[in-house]
Design a protein around this ligand. Structure first.
Ligand code: NDP
Length: 401
């Protein structure tokens, strides 16, 4: 039985806390974050819905000595980092100092540049290896289950995967004029960047939201889907041999794009500080402060998310296609843990990844991405913990080679 420490009490942290509280492999679950009120609100919800009492703490994860002290006192086996990407390296440092394993759902991004890549965290590989500790990177849905689905197809369906298109649709309606489904600052930094995909051994850059097409999603129908750069592309092209092309697509409604364009045009998505009333204010951080928080969207959210991988490759010399996906209902997430589907589809894999580590099914010193582990034990439990998955062999894909 392992103790587990969750850092971050936002939309995703709430789901991880609910799920970890119901996993018998965790003897004690602590939730720690920067703002005490958010920690206590989640702890009260978990108590009400599961009957389990969480340990709680307030910590600034950027303060490495303070976090190290908390880890030394609570002695968890693993930290589940569901704070923001800015905290990744600080939390990894504290884990090394205190001898604790690490798991996250988003790769490191420096606050001052809207740029994310794995190199910063992969550079920790030897230090984790030498310490006999494990860091599991990107164990949400995408990144996360998207890589595990691809690893499963590599293991069971193909000799060689040549084309992967990750397709991410949120067909839900939260009834708000404008809101993002996970942290607004991180979300808007991601969407307003140039797009990028990998083809024939090199990265090809596109303008933000420049390439788009309709994709038919299960139980949802055709939705316009936009090519974005997403971090699992970087690890998949490294870890899945024979790939010729890897892309990521996400749906956005026209209204969302219109509002985002206006906010961009008037400078509200900028991360360059503006001097106002005697202080420096970052417009995007101010915008984040006025937008709804992800954990407040769940109550009247209707509709589903649908996220999966469309794959093409060969088996025994013959071309085949494969589609593997999950659909998740926002209202069901709210009934179960007062969350919405985007937080839920991220939080469930994070808690399950920590369970894989605690039970020894995924355990190897070093720094790893999810597709580097056996997908079978993870996918064997994913439906049980709330995310049923489906597949079709040789469907007509949305994309040609
Ligand atoms: P929220 O903004 O709702 O929550 C973030 C939480 O982190 C808040 O409780 C915040 O505290 C806390 N936090 C921020 N800075 C610190 C700090 N220095 N020390 C301690 N706690 C801190 O975000 P989400 O829950 O929506 O997202 C969480 C993470 O999940 C993000 O990294 C996001 O990128 C990732 N994600 C991954 C997905 C995937 O599929 N892989 C999909 C969706 C999200 P405070 O209240 O004080 O601000």
């Amino acid at each position: 039985m392992a103790r587990i420490l969750i850092v971050g009490a936002g939309g995703v942290g709430g789901v991880v806390a609910h799920k970890a509280a119901t996993m018998p492999c965790f003897s004690e679950v602590m939730l720690a974050s920067r703002t005490a009120a958010r920690v206590e609100a989640v702890a009260a919800q978990v108590r009400g819905l599961t009957g389990r009492e969480l340990a709680t703490a307030t910590v600034d994860a950027d303060d490495v000595p303070a976090l190290t002290a908390l880890l030394r006192k609570f002695r968890p086996e693993t930290v589940i980092n569901v704070a923001l990407p800015y905290q990744d390296l600080h939390i990894m440092e504290a884990c090394l100092a205190a001898g604790v394993n690490y798991l996250d759902t988003a790769n490191y991004e420096p606050p001052e540049v809207a740029h994310f890549e794995y190199s910063w965290q992969w550079a920790y590989k030897k230090r984790f290896e030498d310490a006999g500790l494990m860091a599991l990177l990107g164990c949400g849905f995408d990144p996360g289950v998207s890589g595990i689905f691809t690893a499963y197809a590599q293991k069971h369906v193909f000799d060689e995967i040549h084309y992967v298109d990750i397709v991410d649709c949120n067909a839900g309606d939260h009834g708000k004029a404008f809101a993002t489904n996970f942290n607004p600052e991180i979300n808007i930094r991601e969407i307003t960047q140039n797009g990028r995909y990998w083809e024939h051994g090199r990265w090809i850059e596109t303008k933000p939201l420049e390439i788009h097409q309709g994709v038919d999603y299960p139980e949802v129908g055709v939705r316009e889907s936009y090519l974005l750069y997403h971090e699992e592309l970087e690890s998949l092209v490294k870890n899945i041999p024979h790939l010729r092309r890897a892309r990521f697509w996400m749906t956005f409604g026209q209204k969302y794009i219109n509002v985002l364009s206006v906010l961009q045009e008037v400078g509200m998505t900028s991360i360059t500080p503006v001097h106002y009333n005697g202080m420096d204010i970052q417009p995007l951080q101010f915008l984040k402060a006025v937008l709804p928080k992800p954990e407040t969207l769940g109550e009247n959210y209707t509709g589903q998310t649908s996220i999966g991988c469309q794959l093409r490759g060969i088996k025994d010399g013959t071309e085949r296609t494969y589609f593997i996906w999950n659909n998740c209902d926002h209202a069901a997430c709210y009934r179960e843990c007062r969350s919405q589907g985007v937080s839920y589809t991220t939080g469930v894999p994070a808690a399950l990844g920590a369970k894989m580590m605690a039970t020894g099914l995924w355990r190897r010193p070093g720094v790893w991405n999810v597709e580097e582990f056996d997908p079978d034990p993870f996918l064997a439990e994913l439906a049980h913990w709330g995310l049923p998955w489906h597949f079709l062999l040789n469907p007509l894909l949305a994309f040609s080679p």
